[in-house]
Design a protein around this ligand. Structure first.
Ligand SMILES: CC(C)(COP(=O)(O)OP(=O)(O)OC[C@H]1O[C@@H](n2cnc3c(N)ncnc32)[C@H](O)[C@@H]1OP(=O)(O)O)[C@@H](O)C(=O)NCCC(=O)NCCS
Length: 161
């Protein structure tokens, strides 16, 4: 079953902490923010904001996305993770689509060079590699690929007389 039509995306709330930490613990590729950092962020979101995907007809969280927005024109994805049994059902893509609607400008992210599933997701949603950061990650040490999504300029309409 795909979730495309059957999920809701909303701002994360303090009550979501346990579910977010559960999904994060099950996703070693995620950024792994500390419980204290999450608690602070959920209590008073500042430049960094978290969104969660939930089934539209049931409790629980399917995945989360953490984004930092300098302004409306530029945002950075700090973290994205989907509950392992709910992967390949469109949840990650739906979280990205919600982000694109809110931030139509440039979006950047870093991803481990070995993280094929995330790279496939990002490429399929218009991100392209624009650089790398050596030994950016620890445990294990690994390079990051920097990816960027830029909106294509709207097509020029032919002039009508
Ligand atoms: C990366 C991640 C968020 C993807 O979430 P997801 O909900 O499974 O992704 P979707 O179902 O929306 O996938 C959308 C597309 O991405 C690509 N994709 C996703 N997972 C893939 C995989 N394991 N292998 C190949 N392609 C994959 C596919 O093109 C897929 O479309 P399809 O299912 O129609 O083929 C999820 O695998 C995850 O939580 N990984 C661990 C945390 C992580 O790596 N976060 C990224 C940090 S930068």
């Amino acid at each position: 079953m795909r979730y495309n039509e059957r999920l809701k995306i909303r701002a994360a709330a303090p009550d979501d902490l346990a579910e977010i930490l559960r999904i994060q613990a099950a996703s070693p590729e995620s950024a792994g923010w500390s419980e204290a950092a999450w608690r602070e962020l959920l209590a008073a979101p500042g430049a960094a904001r978290a969104w969660v995907a939930t089934p539209s007809d049931a409790a629980g969280i399917l995945g989360f996305l953490l984004v930092q927005a300098a302004d409306a024109d530029e945002a950075e994805i700090l973290d994205l993770a989907v509950d392992p049994p709910r992967r390949r059902q469109g949840v990650g893509a739906a979280l990205l689509e919600a982000l694109f609607a809110a931030h139509p400008g440039e979006i950047f992210l870093e991803v481990r060079v070995s993280n094929d599933s995330a790279i496939a997701l990002y490429r399929g949603r218009g991100f392209t590699p624009v650089g790398s950061r050596r030994a950016y990650y620890h445990s294990p040490v690994e390079d990051a690929i920097v990816m960027r999504r830029t909106l294509k300029p709207a097509k020029m309409q032919p002039k009508r007389d």
